[in-house]
Design a protein around this ligand. Structure first.
Ligand code: SF4
Length: 287
């Protein structure tokens, strides 16, 4: 049985950079407190916690004066950075530069749109940490939508600035953008600005993943059950190859999946560590 690891799998560079920052701090013996889970992958998080990373939430901040607090790749709203500063906490900012750039664009768009009454709409998952950070840069006034049934919150007569959470699917974003345009045109409004803000590390993977999924008899998709990006990329595999299976670790593997097949492709989400994918590959090769 031929086993192939998807060459495009493994952490995206934003998550990779954040994890490297945390690991080098921990190796230097520093106590690091991270605001929320660094990555939507339990196996990787367990490993970081074993090395000493402590996951906290915002209500813990006042008790961490003088300590080092890390902001993860998803970023945070401006209020969090202000609070960290006011409390005299040492900040380790591991916000992905692409997210920082998007936050700045949203902030500029929000500020410049005040005079014309423009609204900021974000295509993303309500409650997701990145969306909270993006919305914070729009005065927490942005309208968050994931599907057309959320459109009741949009005023289609207003100028609209549309952005996407970086890890949403590009095809879904295009559909939402066109649906908003159509509803705006129905009330004679064409002032819609659609910003290309899906990260290329995500949007670029879907077409390559379709090819990879079609090339193998069975696909093992390694990911965390709480990863939005993992759920989307897995659906891309499943669409192309019915024999695609979502696993979090090698323990989830069912040996019946490999009956009468000659090739297995192993891939994962942008939050899946390369070492975990290697571990699954070694296990299959050892069968
Ligand atoms: S998916 Fe893209 S924007 Fe999001 S953390 Fe990774 S590299 Fe950064």
């Amino acid at each position: 049985m031929k086993v192939t690891i998807d060459p495009n799998s493994g952490f995206c560079f934003g998550v990779n950079q954040a994890i490297q920052t945390a690991e080098s701090e921990l190796e230097a013996g520093n106590a690091i407190y991270c605001l929320g889970e660094m990555v939507h992958n339990k196996v990787q998080m367990d490993q970081l916690k074993a090395k000493g990373l402590i996951v906290i939430n915002h209500t813990d901040l006042p008790s961490l004066i003088g300590r080092k607090v890390m902001v993860r790749a998803h970023g945070e709203p401006p209020e969090t950075f202000q609070l960290i500063k006011d409390l005299g906490i040492t900040l380790i900012d591991a916000t992905c530069p692409i997210v920082t750039n998007l936050q700045q664009k949203i902030s500029e768009s929000y500020t410049s749109g005040q005079a014309s009454g423009a609204q900021v709409v974000i295509y993303g998952k309500s409650g997701h940490a990145e969306v909270a950070g993006l919305n914070g840069n729009a005065g927490n006034d942005a309208i968050v939508v994931t599907k057309e049934s959320d459109f009741e919150k949009i005023d289609f007569s207003k100028p609209t600035r549309l952005f996407s959470q970086t890890t949403m699917d590009g095809e879904g974003y295009a559909r939402i953008g066109e649906a908003i345009r159509k509803r705006m045109l129905e009330v004679g409004n064409s002032d819609l600005n659609i910003n290309k803000s899906v990260c290329r590390q995500v949007s670029g993977r879907a077409p390559m993943l379709r090819v990879f999924a079609a090339e193998h008899d069975v696909i093992l998709f390694v990911g965390g059950s709480n990863s939005a990006n993992g759920a989307y990329l897995f659906s891309v595999c499943k669409d192309k190859n019915e024999k695609s299976f979502f696993i979090s670790t090698k323990e989830d593997i069912d040996l019946n999946w490999f009956e009468n097949i000659t090739s297995v492709g192993i891939t994962g989400a942008t939050s899946t560590p390369g070492w975990l994918i290697e571990q699954v590959s070694d296990f299959i090769k050892g069968l």
